[in-house]
Design a protein around this ligand. Sequence first.
Ligand SMILES: NC(=O)c1ccc[n+]([C@@H]2O[C@H](COP(=O)([O-])OP(=O)(O)OC[C@H]3O[C@@H](n4cnc5c(N)ncnc54)[C@H](O)[C@@H]3O)[C@@H](O)[C@H]2O)c1
Length: 277
Amino acid sequence: MPAHKHAVSVENKVILLTGAFGLIGREVGRSLLEHGARVIMADVNQAALPGVREELAAQFPENAFLAVPLDITNEASIADCMAAAVARFGRVDVLINNAAIDAKFDKHHQDAVNASRFEQYPIELLQKSIEVNLTGTVRITQAACRQMLAQGSGNIINVASTYSLVAPNQGLYDYGDGEPIRYKPVDYIATKSFIPNFTRYIATFYAKEGIRCNAIVPHGIYNDHEEKFLRNFSKYSPLGRMCDRSELNGPFVFLASDASSYMTGSVMVVDGGWTAW
Ligand SMILES: NC(=O)c1ccc[n+]([C@@H]2O[C@H](COP(=O)([O-])OP(=O)(O)OC[C@H]3O[C@@H](n4cnc5c(N)ncnc54)[C@H](O)[C@@H]3O)[C@@H](O)[C@H]2O)c1
């Protein structure tokens, strides 16, 4: 077997990345392109599409990427996205299930978060998250698996969270400054908890049919958070700091590459030690 067979390389791999216009998506998509992959950047946020397209066109050849609208809750939109990917690149080697609704507490998002206590949490927000984070992830994975079965190979990377593994430490959001405490809501925890076992389900279901499936567990990506949040975060984090978005690039490249060929059904934790104590 030649040594390069299991190289940490995504050169010419065709990668469909959902939620590609968000914080992690933009960074990981750019990094995969830098590493020579062909990337379909897909997201429901149509307003962001022209900007993403322009940004990528300034850095990469037009034939290396596709920026397309995709709503993972909508079968027709999924079919259109898969058709566009296959028409352009002929196949889909890797699906990265990154799209999700996530209540965030950085300066850009905190007013949009319903951070009420559990007993007051609006059930319709839970249902909305289930529709996207759970059912939507299943829908797009089904479509990708049909394509991957036809190709005879495929690789799926699900983006989980530390809140797929442990409960949120609500103390993280308590700044002790007299402001009402905000809580990480249950919709995120419920829908992200599904990801590790869904990963094992897909991995074992398709193990003999050439499709592997692993999950990655990011935690606390820095995005201009307030000082008081950073203080709390460093107290609870073994590494004592938030994750720079670029620190996810290596793990994604590794899982998307053939260097991880003996990995399936695994949950790769990239959390600065958050779940280690
Ligand atoms: N940011 C973090 O600290 C962190 C930590 C752990 C896990 N994660 C996970 O990482 C992933 C990406 O998170 P992010 O921080 O980049 O969030 P983000 O909100 O910046 O990006 C998510 C993207 O998903 C898109 N999206 C939402 N609904 C969609 C739908 N129906 N169809 C297609 N796209 C849709 C949004 O438009 C958005 O661009 C999520 O799965 C999240 O749970 C993030």
